[in-house]
Design a protein around this ligand. Structure first.
Ligand code: PNS
Length: 161
């Protein structure tokens, strides 16, 4: 029987409870989930791609069918090379839709066999994003609402004066 494999791509700068929630949901649907960290924009990111991968790895160590990888360039090229046709994206609210439609349809134009599967995180995380987490961290606020303890520690170190 063919194994159902899906790629969950993103910047994950850094991974949040919302991302982890999506990883758990995806792992219950697919035989294998590859979390693929985008490298392209790493120069402008807060954490290096390797740090982001390590944070994810620690966050999902208990989920046996989730793997962490990175990719450079187009997502469709990464997926085609591995003969994977399913991508996962999290959908928090209607405000995500426009960007996600654009992304999904562009990817479909480039790789017609590709399907994007949207999963909803828990309602607890609909307001959560890496951007807000970075801002709260920069301004010294509490972070346990958004990220696991090991990521919170790394954020504190990053913004330590
Ligand atoms: O976490 P993000 O930043 O919302 O994730 C966006 C991501 C990484 C999925 C998207 O930017 C992406 O796939 N980038 C790689 C380049 C690419 O394939 N772009 C799609 C055509 S516009």
């Amino acid at each position: 029987m063919t194994r159902k494999i899906a790629v969950y791509p993103g910047s994950f700068d850094p991974v949040t409870h919302g991302h982890i929630d999506i990883m758990r949901r995806a792992s219950a649907i697919f035989d294998e989930v590859i979390v693929a960290v985008l490298v392209n924009r790493s120069k402008t990111g807060l954490f290096t791609p390797q740090e982001r991968q390590d944070f994810i790895h620690r966050s999902v160590a208990d989920i046996k069918n989730v793997r962490v990888d990175s990719f450079n360039g187009l997502l469709v090229d990464y997926m085609r090379q591995r003969e994977i046709t399913t991508a996962i994206r999290g959908l928090r609210a209607v405000s995500d839709l426009e960007y996600e439609f654009q992304l999904a349809h562009t990817n479909r134009m480039l790789y017609p066999e590709m399907e994007t599967v949207f999963l909803m995180p828990s309602v607890n995380y609909v307001y959560l994003s890496s951007t807000t987490v970075r801002e709260v961290a920069m301004l010294g606020g509490e972070l346990d609402f958004g990220v696991p303890a090991h990521v919170e520690k790394a954020l504190r170190e990053k913004y330590k004066k």
